[in-house]
Design a protein around this ligand. Structure first.
Ligand code: ACO
Length: 331
């Protein structure tokens, strides 16, 4: 085992399906308007995977780009972690399917479930494997096909979500860079506010569960909204304390992309200018575990993340779960 060096992000990649569903398209499906969706959420459109495309397909495409960016071959990977709430199936894990697709035969592979906070949990785990010296090249992916678990007749939820995938390659950083702090939290007591009730061992698929539409996302939007603002603020502040940094030293905030009002409310509480916040939910909606890595990849490719800058990533979601990491950018 080697020393406890942080992991750095040496490559990023993302992939979203081509098919776009705009708010105007949704007006033809449920009783809603572009104006309601845009003003209440900030979302204008989302990407939806074709029927023959599963989460692992999106994850594989994002991963190929991240590997290219990191100048690494799939055979060099020793661990693949996929964060998803919409795996291809219970098992094999989506991570094992991605391993096969990439030909990453030297890698261990597993999925983790922390809903929309999944990528923050996964990158924190990946960092620990690097820090202990157990693994050297870790691929961390957030990937979702939420369109498969949305009730397209429920205007409360169907307007919010989209499909996509983002990936990062983690490697040992030299110096004191990379992922310099991480904070994770959970509150199972309030898990009932955001659920997919059926399809697991509690309520296996049956004619009754299908007729009752229990395989779709159920959400208490107002409760989740209040939780989300508090969770973002708490997570960001805890990660700052652990890194000995002040908010002034944060160059860029990349939050989970659920609702522009949640992001603006959290930024206001943190007294952080929206100029420092990356937002792309207008284009993609809420992609759950894929939101943060897709935004991270876009921000990196657009040149917003420069060497030495401090990037704060924050997430919240079903479980309930929340978390944040601060990354001293090295590329
Ligand atoms: N179009 C038109 N009207 C609608 C729609 C719609 N798509 N959806 C709801 N409405 C109506 C409601 O029926 C309600 O009508 P009523 O007053 O006649 O009862 C009215 O709009 C207001 O509804 P609210 O729920 O109070 O609207 P709100 O401003 O709270 O916005 C929203 C709802 C967007 C869901 C908000 O609560 C929210 O964003 N919550 C957090 C959601 C979230 O972040 N979820 C994911 C987090 S975790 C994860 O990512 C898995």
């Amino acid at each position: 085992m080697e020393s406890l060096n942080n992991a750095k992000i040496s490559g990023t990649g993302s992939y979203v399906p081509e098919k776009i569903i705009t708010n105007n398209d949704l007006e033809r499906i449920v009783e809603t308007t572009d104006e309601w969706i845009a003003t209440r959420t900030g979302i204008k459109q989302r990407r939806i995977a074709d029927d023959n495309v599963a989460t692992s397909d999106l994850a594989t495409e994002a991963s190929k780009k991240a590997l290219l960016d990191a100048n690494l071959s799939a055979k060099d990977l020793d661990l693949i972690i996929v964060a998803t709430a919409t795996p291809d199936m219970s098992f094999p894990s989506t991570a094992c399917i991605v391993q096969k697709n990439l030909g990453a035969y030297n890698a261990a592979a597993f999925d983790i479930g922390a809903a929309c906070t999944g990528f923050i949990y996964a990158i924190t785990l990946g960092n620990q494997f690097i820090r202990t010296g157990m693994y050297h090249n870790v691929l961390v992916i957030g990937a979702e096909t939420l369109s498969r678990i949305i009730n397209w007749e429920d205007r409360d939820t169907c307007v919010l979500f989209g499909d996509g995938a983002g990936a990062v390659v983690l490697q040992k950083s030299e110096n004191d860079c990379g992922i310099i702090s991480s904070y994770l939290g959970a509150d199972g007591e309030n898990g009932h506010t955001l659920t997919q009730p059926a399809g697991g061992s509690r309520l296996p698929a049956s004619i009754e569960t299908i007729e009752s539409k229990l395989h779709y996302i159920k959400m208490d939007g107002n409760e989740v909204f209040k939780f989300a603002v508090r969770a973002m603020e708490k997570s960001a502040l805890r990660a700052l304390v652990d890194s000995n940094l002040s908010l002034d030293e944060i160059d860029f905030l990349i939050p989970h992309q659920a609702n522009i009002r949640i992001i603006e409310a959290a930024a206001k509480r943190l007294k952080l200018s929206m100029d420092k916040v990356y937002v792309n939910l207008n284009l993609y909606g809420n992609m759950s575990a894929a939101s943060v890595p897709v935004a991270l990849d876009e921000a990196a490719k657009k040149g917003f993340l420069t060497k030495g800058s401090h990037v704060l990533i924050v997430g919240f979601g079903g479980g309930l779960t929340w978390g944040a990491s601060i990354i001293k950018w090295t590329k």
